[in-house]
Design a protein around this ligand. Structure first.
Ligand SMILES: [Fe+2]
Length: 172
């Protein structure tokens, strides 16, 4: 899968989870945990692999500006993710925090899909190669995250993981 399709798929997956959270039928703490895990990995592969490659390939000021903004936005999102992961549903502001995180993500998706990705497509960057790198790193991080959240009291995480195994993120 090319880099842009992979990142767009991440965006869609997270957006679906936020929608499920808002609908309120599912276990909110399970969904929030999953959202935080996926977003952390998404931000990490963008920062480690995608953004540096784009910066190098494009070398234009407007792309540099977009990448700088993305880094600042990632930092804010990570702060919120840390708060959500720390206190979870016991926080009076839990729902508000997840909702605001969803708004950050909406903005992130709009900027990347609307502005950055079209510029990247014109930059001549080898999207297939970068896509393969992103995929490899993502799989490794998903494996680490799965180990990190095993004990204690993580029934919910286990359940969400086994659900995911039936979906697009099949681990081999
Ligand atoms: Fe993204």
């Amino acid at each position: 899968m090319d880099a842009i399709n992979l990142l767009k798929q991440d965006h869609q997956e997270v957006k679906t989870l936020f929608d499920t959270f808002q609908q309120g039928d599912a276990d909110k703490s399970v969904i929030a945990t999953e959202v935080c895990r996926l977003l952390t990995i998404h931000a990490q592969i963008e920062e480690e692999i995608f953004y540096p490659a784009v910066r190098e390939a494009s070398g234009t000021d407007d792309v540099d500006d977009l990448l700088d903004e993305a880094e600042v936005e990632h930092a804010s999102a990570k702060e919120l993710i840390a708060q959500i992961e720390d206190v979870g549903e016991s926080d009076d502001l839990f729902e508000a925090k997840v909702k605001v995180l969803g708004e950050y993500v909406q903005h992130h998706v709009k900027e990347e899909e609307g502005e950055l990705f079209p510029k990247v497509e014109k930059s001549g960057l080898d999207l297939e190669t970068i896509g393969a790198e992103l995929e490899k790193r993502k799989k490794a991080l998903l494996g680490e995250a799965a180990r990190d959240i095993a004990p204690p009291g993580t029934k919910g995480n286990r359940r969400s993981r086994s659900n995911r195994n039936g979906g697009s993120q099949q681990r081999r």
